[in-house]
Design a protein around this ligand. Structure first.
Ligand SMILES: [Zn+2]
Length: 262
């Protein structure tokens, strides 16, 4: 069996029998991998933090190209991101990034740019000011969809290619702005000028800077449009459950300093 080395971010884990674990990892070299980690549920585990969700780790695996599961030989932690997060809002946004990858990506298809985007996003969510988290998450959603071939069209009508309506009509179903003739499409929404400007910036600027140019009020408007757009484009996307929990907590407990924008 060929030994392969790769670097990845742990998406989720499940128990396997009494002592082992299945670990789902988004890797730079192979895309989404499912690894069998024997003995990972023993305490203390020989893997340390390397298999915890959000950790960025280096793996040595027995990679069998035609198999769904691969045996993990060794794992070393590069960044134990999850263990460094003490704040609930931060944790929810970090988990939202993992959830999005889990919903948008399928199988062992490497995509180095998407891996780098995920790594930067997890790092940003761990360190950015709390008020920036909503903007970082939306920027990640938009940029991940773009890298997977679904960049929202903002330069011409997404339905017919014609000139854009001055009313800023966005169609989640067509994945972009519309012209006046197509503006009657069901589900199309009118964007404020600020929201459109925010959307444009979130698509083009580094995720780590997203909080610097987006107000929380615009983030709510943009998040709704972006999530409707993702639902149309990705069958397995049904909104980010990690953020729903945060919203529920925020409405119970006004002290949470950074309720998710919506
Ligand atoms: Zn049109």
């Amino acid at each position: 069996m060929p030994l392969a080395r790769c670097e990845g971010i742990v998406i989720k884990t499940y128990a396997l029998g009494d002592t082992s674990r299945i670990v789902v990892v988004y890797t730079r070299e192979h895309g989404l991998l499912k690894l069998v980690a024997k003995g990972a549920r023993k305490t203390p585990s020989r893997f340390g933090f390397a298999l915890e969700p959000l950790s960025r780790s280096r793996f040595v695996i027995y990679h069998k190209p035609d198999r769904d599961l691969h045996l993990l030989s060794q794992a070393d932690t590069l960044a134990p991101n999850g263990s460094e997060i003490a704040d609930l809002a931060r944790l929810a946004h970090a988990e939202a990034a993992l959830e999005l990858i889990d919903r948008l990506v399928w199988g062992e298809e490497p995509h180095a740019e998407l891996f780098d985007l995920l790594a930067t996003t997890v790092e940003s969510v761990t360190r950015a000011p709390l008020a920036s988290l909503g903007a970082i998450t939306i920027a990640f959603e938009l940029q991940a969809a773009s890298l997977l071939g679904y960049r929202p069209r903002l330069d011409a009508c997404a339905a017919c290619g014609g000139g854009l309506s001055l009313r800023r009509v966005f169609s989640p179903a067509h994945g972009g702005l519309l012209c006046d003739r197509c503006a009657g499409e069901p589900g199309a929404v009118l964007l404020s000028a600020d929201a459109l400007a925010g959307l444009t910036l979130l698509l083009s600027r580094p995720v780590s800077q997203a909080g610097e140019f987006l107000e929380v009020q615009q983030a709510g408007e943009i998040l709704k449009v972006v999530e409707a757009f993702l639902r149309h484009r990705f069958e397995r996307f049904q909104g980010l459950r990690s953020l729903e929990l945060l919203r529920a907590l925020a409405s119970d407990e006004p002290k949470v300093s950074n309720p998710c924008p919506a």
